[in-house]
Design a binder for this molecule. Sequence first.
Ligand code: ATP
Ligand code: SF4
Ligand code: MG
Length: 345
Amino acid sequence: MSIDRATRTRPSAAGESETPPLLEVSDLRVRFSRHGRHVHAVNGLSYRLQPGRMLAIVGESGSGKSVSVRSLMGLLPPTAEVTGSVRLDGVELVGMPEKEIRAHRGADIAMVFQDPARSLNPTMRIGDQITEGIRAHADVDRAQARERAVELLRLVRLAAPEQRFHEYPHQLSGGMRQRVVIAIALSARPRLLIADEATTSLDVTTQAQIMELLLDLQERLDMAVILISHDLGLAASYAEDVIVMYAGRAVEHARTADLFEHVRMPYTRALLGAIPVLDRQPHTLLPVIPGQPPDLARLPEGCAFRPRCSSAGDRCAQPPPFAEHEPGHWWACWHPVTDDEEASS
Ligand SMILES: Nc1ncnc2c1ncn2[C@@H]1O[C@H](COP(=O)(O)OP(=O)(O)OP(=O)(O)O)[C@@H](O)[C@H]1O
Ligand code: SF4
Ligand SMILES: [Mg+2]
């Protein structure tokens, strides 16, 4: 079965929910053009996210993870051309005038990045940075904003929040700073929080604490979370659904357990094989898969993974359709891994 990515409305990877999606991305494409050279960073990405769920988007460096979510926030430079459809609560965001976009997305979607130090202003007390965020989105006076800021610091489980309120970022550890960044992200009460490698710069213990916090907030605030990571192991520990991206496309999408028990894409299997390397060296950023990802300015014909794929055959010269081959399990591959192959590998 194949699908038309541009028009097909599909269920979540779980396939079980008829709740209207919070976010519906259809055939999203992002192209950067400079001096006549076109970089195809996102090449037809489609997915749906239900309220209150955690979706992980994983893939090697350069696969388009960040660009795809930055396009939801209107955070791309003017050289980016965005097409396709992004609906937030049914409202189309692609093509919306800049001003409206800010008002609309600013409150509903918040983002947390990798480096907390760079997300904070080093010359401002953290309390002021949070109250500024609160007052940008709500009509409250100073005292109310202060009260809410302390509440937020408590919510992100920062110890001694009243005292920390008056401190500067350099007085906090990396993990504490990321908690403050998350508190600022929550100040607009977003319905969707995007964490782009939000724990990558932290040590393993702090990483786990921040992930537990995100999970707790997702449940308590009924907030949807998109977790962007190069680390499939981390994604598997926390997210309910996983999208694996390669060369700007989704190549496999399933419930996390299904993906691990019945992996279908040779690329996903290669990523899984790369996990032990990441475990031994937690700060290694790139999974070790032989070969290089394709040049996004000159995408190969057919399956983009073909030059690196040990299962490739003649058919792979044609692009494999991204389709729901098993209930709730989507992939794009002509020669998927079978359960028997997986068991014997
Ligand atoms: N402003 C830009 N101008 C031109 N190309 C860009 C721009 N931003 C990103 N790209 C290109 O788009 C592609 C996807 O980048 P993106 O940052 O989304 O990758 P990623 O999957 O998030 O990687 P990483 O894991 O390293 O963060 C890359 O080839 C990148 O070089
Ligand atoms: S379509 Fe072919 S080249 Fe692409 S992942 Fe599947 S087997 Fe490999
Ligand atoms: Mg990135």
